[in-house]
Structures are given as C-alpha cells and as structure tokens.
Design a binder for this molecule. Structure first.
Ligand SMILES: Cc1cc2nc3c(=O)[nH]c(=O)nc-3n(C[C@H](O)[C@H](O)[C@H](O)COP(=O)(O)OP(=O)(O)OC[C@H]3O[C@@H](n4cnc5c(N)ncnc54)[C@H](O)[C@@H]3O)c2cc1C
Length: 561
C-alpha cells in the first residue's frame, strides 16, 4: 500500500508545481496522473502567461484588470496574491529553464491579451504550456522524494472516521490492479471539465473527475455557472485558435465584411474580455450577419507573415490541418466554443477546501481569481501560484500530523464497482459514448453564451435523465490492460455531476454577469447577486448556498471596453 505525506492527484501545471513545492518543504510526495504527465491538458496552452514584470507595469494594474475581467465576482484578496506573486513566479520559471520569447533587445517579450491594460503576456511561441510543463517535469525528476504514478486513475477519495482526508483509491491503467494510497494531505490538481460540452477546446481527459470526487465528500463547489466560451474556436471540432492571434493584431469580421467589434467594444476592439467578444460574435451570428456555417471570420493576414511563422506557428498548422486554411493568406472561420470552467472546488488562498486535509489547485479549484470571466493567460498563472501555495501548506500539515487511518473497505467497494460495469452487456443499457454525446449537445445548446430559464430547465431534465442512463452503461472491453472503456464509464458519472452543478447554479443566478448571460435577466444586479453561488451534496441531492465576494480596494462599477 503506497504511503506518502502529500498525495497530488493530477500532474498538469498545478499538480507538478504543487508536488515540487511540497518536496522542497521536505515532504514525501506521490503524484498521480491518468495520462503521462507531459500529456496533461496544460500541454495544450498556447498563448502565454501573465505577469506585471515590466517596471512600467504594476501588479495593481494587473489585479484591477483581473477584477474587472471577472465582472467583480473574483475575490480580490486572492487576485491580489496572484498578481503580486506573478513576477517572481515567472522569473523562477525562467531560471529553471523555460525559454520565454525574447525581443530584439534581448529582453523577455510580451504580447497583448484580452482585457489587459498593458501587454503583459509572456510566451514561448504558441506552445507556452508545453514549454513550462516539460521544464517542471525535469525538476520533479531531480527529487528522489517525489514518486510518480503515471497512467494511474483515481476513482475516489478516502476519509478517516474523523472526516480527515486520508488518501485515494487508484487503478493502475496498465494492468487494472487497484491500490489504496495513504496520505496526510491530498491535493486535487485534476483540471477542468470541458468534456461536459461538445464541442470543446479541451482534451478528452478533461472530465471534471476531481470536482466530482470532492463534491461527493461534501466539499462545496463555487461559481459553477461560470463557464467560459472562447471567442476563437473552429466550427465542429472545437479546436482553439489562440487569443495570441488577436494579441498579434488579428481582426474579426462578419459576413458583410464589417469589423463588428467597433459596435461592442470601441476601445479594446478584438481585445475586449472573452465574454464580451464571444457575446458579440454570437449576436452577429444569431442576427444573420454570420457565415452560413454559423461562424464569423478571424483575419490573421494583417499580421506580417514572418511574425506569424515566429509567434503563431502551431496555429498555422491547426488552420491547415483542421480547417484547410492557410492563415497567412486568408481569413479563418471561427465561433465561440466551450473552453474553461471558472468555477470548481471552493478553496481558500492556501488551497484548503472545506474537508480537512483536502486541497485543490488549478482549474479544478475555485479560489476565486477568475470570478465570472477569466482573462486569457491568467490560468497558467493561477495553476502555478496556487499550486505552489497548496503544496507548501499541505507539506506543513503533513509535518504536523500522524498518518490518518484509512480503511481498506472502500478499496473493495471500488473494485466491485468496476467489476459491476465490466459485467454489464448490451441488454443492460446504452453505450458510454452515446450518453456523453447527448450530454455535450444539450449543454452546448442551452448552457452556452446565451441562457434562459426555459433552456436551462430542458438541460436540467436531460442531465437528470442521463444520470439514470449512466448507472447502466455497458462497455465492450472486458480486459484489464489499458481498459479506457471502463474508465470512460466512471468519467461519465463525474461529468454528469459537474453538469448538474453547472445547470442548477446557472438557473439560480437570475442576472447577467461575466460568462453567464441570461436573456431573461439581461442586467447585472449587484444588489442581489454580488455573491458566489455554492453547491454541495445534501442528503437529498445538490443544495445551493451563497458566500460573500471579498472586495479589498475595487468597488464594482460599470464594465466597458
Ligand atoms: C487549447 C487551450 C489553450 C490554452 N491556452 C492557455 C494559455 O495560453 N494561457 C493560459 O493561462 N491558459 C490557457 N489555457 C487554460 C489552461 O491551459 C488550463 O486551465 C490549465 O493548463 C489547467 O491546468 P491544471 O494543472 O489545472 O490541469 P491539467 O493540465 O488539465 O491537468 C490535469 C491532470 O489531472 C490528471 N487527472 C485528471 N483526472 C484524474 C483522475 N481521475 N485520476 C488521475 N489523474 C487525473 C490528468 O491526467 C492531468 O495530469 C488553455 C486551455 C486550452 C484548452
């Protein structure tokens, strides 16, 4: 039975940064990932990471932009920490080997990102996530006290009889064996839930596992209604065209050739915050000024060709391979698409959740620095700052307590649960993929850029029905080696719990703020709704509650770009 001081579930940027920090504090660390760590979703991050590193910039300006971007729902104490600590974190990355782009003077180069009042996004071409992830992985390999469990899938968290988190149950994907991992502290760093929607920019592994596992223990989820639709995704497959393209100067046009952002955000134009740009695009499309394929056009040809090949080279490949478009010579059709969940497991600024010994950091968590809308390039920063802080605090906890008792009963229960799924055949129910496709479609139809009560109620009914179907799904693969089929059935249950939390929170928030635009409540209403919505499991199902938004120095005001 593996035993560690700190167990990190997830090996993307948040998990690796947490593991490194905990190891540096002298803790023994186990880090688990259902895929090889450098295949974690952080690998897909393209455009960059924000920090007010330039002496003419300031962390206060970065913090204000983030508060405004969040539509005043972000907690300002957490935002202050993130923006104040960003420059040192970035320099730390540089010193351990991340090859950030340098400008002609040899200084670290920046690009402008949406909603920012200064160009403060640092980048490695358009592979920033990959560059950072690989460097952190090298660092982890230097530490003997970090044990990596690569291609292990966690199915549930374990508590002792006093309610402390005491470990996790995990399946070795390579051979199907299962283990109870014991730990004094567990950090969830298991990423977002984009697969609840279809299409999405997110990888197949982003199924909200950690959000659902924490929820099952009774940890409140916060801001779950806040789901970001990114303005530039490809029709059909959801692939992302980085905001870096607009940062480099690309324009948006409707089918009449109008640069429509003039109407919606005359000052920031294409670089308004994502919720504003996505709504503008969707309005153009809904009102008949889009192209017949339900898109508008992103024109990157205004960026010099040499610069495109230097700074957006992966996007050149994406355009060519997935849309048949040479972005250096012609506009590419794009639309808003599911991208990011601002909500997640509610934590404090050290990553602590409401369950003793359970921490969360990165996209799985809601601290809440993004509030109603995340600014581009603030997520990588969030993963690193709060991953580090969670790792440090978890190590401190581990040094101060004895190993909690973890009973093996749950291990047997989880084994039985998996065997139960494998035993089912065609007569038992539906295929996992069918149920998942139906979920993705209904969420994209009714819980997207524009929402209303009638649509949300339809989505809730379907989600509830699909939850019943998910109990009986069958799998074709009956084996033990790399049985992704059976893991898909478990992920489906996780996704449906995420979906339910999203929809009931969206129904509850009767106003429009950030990514939540209710056509039946089109105004922001600070008097009644300047508060977080939380969802936790009660005896009879999900229960809603509220918590205050922390304001430090910025009073809510009208938000224009
Ligand atoms: C295409 C794309 C481009 C982006 N570009 C940017 C950008 O330029 N700048 C920016 O700031 N943000 C960007 N983002 C957002 C950002 O990449 C993510 O929010 C961030 O990387 C999430 O990191 P994470 O460490 O929280 O989770 P992830 O990187 O998703 O890692 C999750 C980890 O958890 C593991 N895991 C999950 N479930 C289980 C389980 N049940 N058992 C075991 N392991 C599990 C996975 O294997 C993985 O290791 C982008 C997002 C997308 C989709």
């Amino acid at each position: 039975m593996p035993e560690h001081d700190v167990l990190v579930i997830g090996a993307g940027l948040a998990g690796q940064r947490a593991a490194l920090a905990a190891a540096e504090e002298g803790a023994s660390v186990g880090i688990i990932s259902k895929v090889h760590p450098v295949r974690s979703h952080s690998n897909a991050a393209q455009g960059g990471i924000n920090a007010a590193l330039n002496p003419e910039d300031s962390w206060e300006s970065h913090a204000f932009d983030t508060v405004k971007g969040s539509d005043y729902l972000g907690d300002q104490d957490a935002i202050e920490i993130m923006c104040r600590e960003a420059p040192d974190e970035l320099l730390h990355l540089e010193h351990i080997g991340v090859t950030f782009h340098r400008n002609e003077e040899g200084k670290m180069g920046t690009r402008a990102f949406g909603g920012a009042s200064a160009a403060r996004t640092y980048y490695v071409a358009d592979i920033t996530g990959q560059a950072i992830l690989h460097v952190l992985y090298e660092q982890l390999m230097k530490h003997d006290e970090v044990h990596r469990y690569e291609e292990w899938f966690t199915t549930s968290l374990v508590q002792d009889d006093k309610g402390n988190v005491a470990g996790a149950i995990t399946r070795n994907i390579r051979d199907g064996s299962m283990e109870l991992f014991r730990a004094k502290a567990v950090i969830l760093a298991s990423g977002g839930n984009g697969q609840v929607y279809n299409p999405t920019t997110n990888a197949l592994i982003c199924t909200g596992d950690g959000i659902a596992m924490a929820y099952r223990l009774g940890a409140p989820l916060m801001d779950m209604e806040m789901v970001q639709y990114h303005p530039t995704t490809l029709q059909g497959n959801g692939l992302l065209i980085t905001e870096g393209a607009r940062g480099e100067g690309a324009h948006l046009y409707n089918a009449n050739g109008e640069r429509f952002m003039e109407k919606y955000a005359p000052n920031k134009m294409e670089l308004a915050s994502r919720d504003v740009v996505s709504r503008a695009e969707q309005t153009e499309i809904n009102e008949g000024r889009g192209f017949p394929d339900g898109t508008v056009a992103l024109d990157i040809t205004v960026v010099p060709r040499k610069r495109i090949h230097e700074a957006l080279r992966e996007i050149v490949n994406v355009g060519r391979d997935f849309a048949g478009v040479d972005i250096t010579t012609e506009p590419i059709h794009i639309k808003p698409g599911n991208h990011y969940v601002m909500g997640g497991v509610k934590t404090d600024t050290e990553g602590k959740t409401h369950i003793p010994g359970l921490y969360a950091a990165g996209e799985v968590a809601c601290v809440s620095v993004h509030g109603g809308n995340r600014l581009g390039a603030n997520s990588l920063l969030d993963t690193l700052i709060f991953g580090r802080r969670a790792g440090q605090d978890a190590a401190k906890r581990a040094h101060s307590i004895a190993q909690p008792a973890a009973s093996e009963t749950q291990l047997a229960d989880e084994q039985a649960m998996i065997e139960g799924i494998i035993r089912r055949d065609k007569e038992s129910g539906r295929r996992v993929s069918e149920v998942k496709a139906e979920l993705g479609k209904i969420m994209d139809e009714h819980v997207a850029v524009f929402r209303d009560e009638a649509g949300l109620r339809v989505a809730l009914e379907v989600v509830k029905e699909l939850k019943e179907h998910a109990k009986n799904v069958y799998v074709d693969d009956k084996g033990t080696v790399f049985n992704q089929d059976v893991l898909g059935a478990i992920e489906l249950q996780f996704m449906l719990e995420n979906a339910e939390a999203i929809v009931i929170s969206a129904l509850e928030r009767k106003e429009s703020r950030g990514a939540q635009f209710r056509t039946d409540f089109p105004e922001r209403n600070d008097e009644e709704w300047l508060k977080h919505i939380t969802v936790a499991t009660g005896g009879g199902g999900p229960e809603l509650d509220y918590s205050e938004v922390t304001l430090t120095q910025w009073e809510p005001e009208e938000r224009t770009y």
